[in-house]
Design a protein around this ligand. Structure first.
Ligand SMILES: CC(C)(COP(=O)(O)OP(=O)(O)OC[C@H]1O[C@@H](n2cnc3c(N)ncnc32)[C@H](O)[C@@H]1OP(=O)(O)O)[C@@H](O)C(=O)NCCC(=O)NCCS
Length: 173
């Protein structure tokens, strides 16, 4: 297998990232979500990672700072997603590389936890735990099982809390 490079998004990558999401999800909703999030105050290009294979962008994952509230207190965690890999390159470990890079990045940036709405069986292997067990909820009308979380700093999610995704995510549902 050729080597995969994971790096932060550059300004000129937007169109290629759209193509990845449209081809992987089979529709434009996630590409629109990424565009909307780029325009939001929470956007940080350093938290947007692309996977390159032979100089071509074949995968993307976006991390967004989101508030987690509990008992009148608030802290920031990272929400992972959307994430996708072009169908022609799936099942080659690229998605796994993007998740591992996300965890490393979150640690480097000082975040205590990552949450994700997605296929729970997929994320479990990377150490994500059902949100129900963590007593974490969110404002998205996603199936309860789809929400999982992972502590980067031990104890960061202790006691749980409620995560508020920004508006563009709500438009996906
Ligand atoms: C999910 C996705 C990002 C995985 O990327 P990838 O590069 O193929 O992932 P990896 O090669 O690291 O891992 C592949 C493994 O993931 C698992 N997997 C893939 N899709 C899955 C799904 N929908 N549900 C559960 N497990 C899944 C399988 O066990 C697969 O193993 P296999 O190759 O032995 O069949 C990619 O398939 C994709 O873009 N899918 C469409 C978009 C999407 O659903 N994104 C959201 C993810 S929550």
């Amino acid at each position: 297998m050729h080597s995969i490079t994971v790096r932060p998004e550059a300004a000129e990558d937007a169109r290629a990232i759209d193509v990845v999401h449209i081809s992987a999800f089979g529709g434009e909703a996630e590409a629109h979500l990424v565009s909307a999030l780029r325009a939001a105050s929470t956007y940080n290009r350093e938290l947007s990672l692309v996977a390159e294979l032979n100089g071509r962008i074949v995968g993307h994952v976006l991390l967004t700072r989101v508030p987690l509230r509990r008992d009148g207190e608030e802290k920031n965690v990272l929400a992972l997603g959307p994430m996708s890999v072009v169908p022609s390159q799936s099942h080659r470990g690229i998605g796994s590389e993007l998740i591992r890079a996300s965890v490393t990045l979150a640690r480097e940036k000082g975040y205590g936890a990552i949450i994700v709405v997605g296929h729970p069986e997929y994320y479990r292997r990377f150490g994500f735990t059902p949100a129900k067990e963590l007593q974490v909820t969110c404002n998205l009308p996603a199936p309860e099982d789809a929400l999982t979380g992972m502590e980067i700093v031990a104890g960061n999610l202790a006691g749980g809390g409620h995560v508020e995704y920004p508006e563009p995510f709500l438009e996906l549902y």
